[in-house]
Design a protein around this ligand. Structure first.
Ligand code: HEM
Length: 188
């Protein structure tokens, strides 16, 4: 019975993580569109501001934060059932990265409010860079739970890390080229 309960907690923990991350990724994407809409004509700008404000609020409050609460509360349930996890090095390191993720989550709320009341100073370019941070945290945290105290340090691992960084850099470059092309088309 206890073993089954533990598996339920773990399943809900993973579901919570998926929801949380889906929300975090989409939220910052919305911030980018919101920020870029500031360059539009006044009428359009007002309409987009209203729409993005609504979308961001709903995404943050109905999906992202509940996802975080589910993931973290299920994690607490697992630790209560098996307190010995807390003395494991991998979990201690994992918790410090999770703390970083919670700070990132709160920072997203700060950006959301500043975009909504027009006081945001963060550029679309910085937001794009910021959007890579949860990917990095997700990567490290998943490696920690899977490999636990045998965190891989081999050449194969670092090749995978290199590949991921290369893919992220390519996405950035593609976005840059696409934006440049869009700008040159609109100037024609
Ligand atoms: C303070 C926050 C957290 C705590 C205390 C915590 C704790 C735990 C514990 C005790 C397990 C069970 C390990 C096992 O049974 O082998 C687990 C599993 C897992 N956690 Fe977390 N976790 C937290 C947050 C997160 C976050 C933010 C992520 C993802 C970014 C994450 C990803 C996972 C995954 C993928 C598993 C399944 C691993 C497996 O089945 O081997 N956790 N977590």
């Amino acid at each position: 019975m206890a073993a089954e309960a533990y598996l339920w907690f773990k399943s809900l923990h993973i579901i919570g993580i998926i929801v949380w991350f889906a929300g975090l990724f989409y939220l910052v994407r919305l911030f980018i569109y919101h920020e870029e809409s500031k360059n539009m004509d006044n009428e359009l700008k007002i309409a987009f501001n209203k729409q993005y404000t609504l979308m961001e609020k709903r995404l943050a409050n109905i999906i992202t934060t509940p996802g975080m609460i589910l993931a973290l509360s299920m994690a607490i349930c697992m630790v209560i059932m098996q307190p010995s996890w807390l003395s494991e090095k991998w979990l201690q390191i994992k918790i410090s990265f999770v703390l970083g993720l919670v700070i990132y989550h709160s920072y997203c709320y700060k950006i959301m409010y500043s975009l909504q009341n027009g006081t945001s100073t963060i550029s679309a370019k910085s937001l794009r860079l910021l959007n890579e941070l949860p990917t990095l945290l997700l990567f490290i945290i998943v490696l920690l739970v899977i490999f636990k105290n045998n965190f891989p340090t081999s050449i194969a691992t670092w090749s995978v890390v290199g590949l991921i960084i290369f893919m992220l850099a390519s996405i950035q470059l593609y976005a840059k080229i696409r934006k440049k092309n869009e700008n040159s088309l609109s100037n024609e």
